[in-house]
Design a protein around this ligand. Structure first.
Ligand SMILES: NC(=O)C1=CN([C@@H]2O[C@H](COP(=O)(O)OP(=O)(O)OC[C@H]3O[C@@H](n4cnc5c(N)ncnc54)[C@H](OP(=O)(O)O)[C@@H]3O)[C@@H](O)[C@H]2O)C=CC1
Ligand SMILES: Cc1cn([C@H]2C[C@H](O)[C@@H](COP(=O)(O)OP(=O)(O)O[C@H]3O[C@@H](C)C(=O)[C@@H](O)[C@H]3O)O2)c(=O)[nH]c1=O
Length: 291
């Protein structure tokens, strides 16, 4: 199977690239905006015509949550319009298609983990444009499989873990919000899951059931808990104080609660998922080894 990975220099794309050695029976095309700008419909169609991928994993996105509040047009183009273009091309060329979405499609007013059938109501531009992307994928291609995930981090790219490690070196103390609760997700775990689903598509197609799925690591944390764990595991001497979101104002409003219920993905694809802190230790170990 030929697999096209878009946005491949990002966190998830880089983890997929690292894992791809374990799948020598597949030919991967790792592309980013410089080699395949997914907002350029002609470029996407030319790519499909030339390479005819049998499976597509869209990791490209506009992920700067605060910047999206003012750079709305770019976020809309990349998060809403472009996924629809890819989904359409995948349909025309009869390729399997996985798109990634976010917990920020929810408004966070629930007290129970969100399931795939719960009402979406994003509050920020990033979440709104990602929801638009889900809709354009499903509108263009009824066989699209969409995975909503949350709080991604990795040794690659930009993320909260790396921000905390940097700030922990620069400052004696930090304030971190404790009234936003969700689940951190190690992008390497998500990458393994995505390729496990691609394997099902390749070998057992009737078990590839399209639709929306939720995936994160197991457990629950606030950003404060997440920061505390990062510093504890790395023995970083930086005091973390819990603050309310109103005490740490940001341009974009984020959900107060965005824990995802993962029952559907676990049952459908027979998956086991790691506890977030166990995965965090693995990632921090890797980051420390790299330095
Ligand atoms: N990060 C997170 O916490 C979460 C992410 N998600 C979703 O998971 C997916 C993967 O996220 P993540 O790996 O963190 O994303 P990243 O921001 O790390 O990677 C996205 C990649 O897309 C690239 N890109 C930008 N514009 C284009 C373009 N026009 N054409 C092709 N590629 C482009 C970016 O390049 P450049 O950096 O140069 O702009 C970057 O390499 C996304 O759909 C995201 O919305 C869901 C929940 C949490
Ligand atoms: C750096 C910092 C952030 N915060 C707060 C701000 C925010 O409410 C929260 C998270 O910060 P960040 O801005 O790093 O994370 P954010 O960009 O909101 O992360 C989100 O990214 C997108 C792409 C997603 O899809 C989401 O699942 C989620 O991972 O922590 C503090 O309280 N103290 C701090 O020192």
């Amino acid at each position: 199977m030929k697999i096209l990975v878009t946005g491949a220099y990002g966190q998830l794309g880089s983890e997929l690239k690292e894992l791809s050695d374990k799948f020598p029976h597949w030919e991967f095309f790792f592309t980013d905006w410089d080699s395949l700008d997914i907002t350029d419909e002609n470029a996407v169609n030319d790519f499909f015509e030339e390479h005819k991928p049998g499976f597509v994993i869209n990791c490209a996105a506009y992920t700067a949550v605060d910047k999206a509040e003012t750079d709305t047009h770019s976020a809309l183009k990349l998060n809403t319009f472009a996924p629809g273009v890819l989904a359409k091309a995948a349909k025309v060329y009869e390729a399997g298609f996985i798109h990634i979405s976010t917990d920020y499609v929810f408004d966070g007013k629930s007290f129970n983990p969100y399931s795939e059938i719960d009402t979406v109501n994003p509050e920020g531009i990033y979440g709104k444009t990602k929801l638009g992307g889900e809709r354009s994928c499903r509108g263009e291609n009824k066989n699209a499989l969409i995975i909503r995930t949350s709080w991604l981090y990795s040794a690659y790219g930009n993320n909260f873990v790396k921000t905390m490690l940097r700030l922990g070196q620069e400052r004696d103390s930090l304030k971190v919000v404790f009234d936003q609760v969700g689940t951190p997700t190690y992008a390497a775990d998500l990458a393994r899951t995505v390729l496990a689903i691609a394997e099902i598509y390749d070998t057992n197609r009737e078990k590839f059931i399209p639709g929306i799925y939720h995936y994160s690591n197991e457990g629950v944390a606030s950003w404060y808990d997440f920061a505390k764990s990062i510093f504890e595991i790395t023995n970083t001497d930086c005091r973390v104080s819990p603050v309310l979101s109103v005490e740490f104002p940001t341009p974009a409003k984020r959900p107060h609660y965005s824990v995802l219920d993962k029952s559907k993905i676990k049952n459908t694809f027979n998956l086991e998922i790691q506890y977030w802190k166990d995965s965090l230790k693995i990632c921090l170990n890797k980051i420390q080894k790299n330095n």
